[in-house]
Design a protein around this ligand. Sequence first.
Ligand code: ADE
Length: 252
Amino acid sequence: MTTGILSAMAQEQAGLAAHLRDLRTERYAGREFQVGRWQGREVVLALSRIGKVAPATTAAALIERFGVSRIVFTGVAGGLHPSVRVGDTVIGTEFVQHDMDASPIFPRYEVPLYGRSRFLADSVLAECLAQAAQAALQDGAVLDEATRMRFGLPDSQRVHHGLIASGDRFVSRAEEAAQLRAALPEAMAVEMEAAAVAQVCHDHGVPFAAVRNISDRADDQAHVDFGAYIEDVAGRQARALIAALLPLLPSP
Ligand code: ADE
């Protein structure tokens, strides 16, 4: 089985390719796909790019061209739920496109002609991610004391499970975040890709799960916090997380 590993931006996948054996890079659909083996597992790394459409193209290529049999998305997100703090991790159990609105023809959030507004993570893959996230948090090199001080993180970080909301917007106003919280009170985090990839995986019957480290609170400060976090922390978190994840995956 080949595992596709996606992140939106290069900083969120920094250093992962260095772990691959028998690495080869293939270009397809204007993207680079890095194919190799890590801990004896076949993996394909790719950058999804940002927003909903580009990641859908990348996910379809992973499935159709590279034959991956599961896709994992790792990266950062804005924290939405009051309990989710910067530095925490959110495991997506379901995904909604918060900017999908074909009402009054279809109910708000429903993806037209799918009869549903939410796509589900594969429960086994999501559980593997949760265990990997716990292990990664215990790796002191990821959120070391200097990093905690710099980002004002509390002593301990939590792993949450729940709804991830995706849309073609970087949410960087407290007022917009409050509106999203009011409309989707159970949403834990907001980002721009996972719900699109979940829909593609649903179409192809390919197991999907996503894990997001919280880089910001989707408020007026979000663009500053996000920029610092992806440069300094996101790559470390991704490396620790994927290294912990691979041995947990169900079959070779
Ligand atoms: N990814 C990380 N932070 C985000 C935010 N505030 N809005 C959308 N995507 C994000």
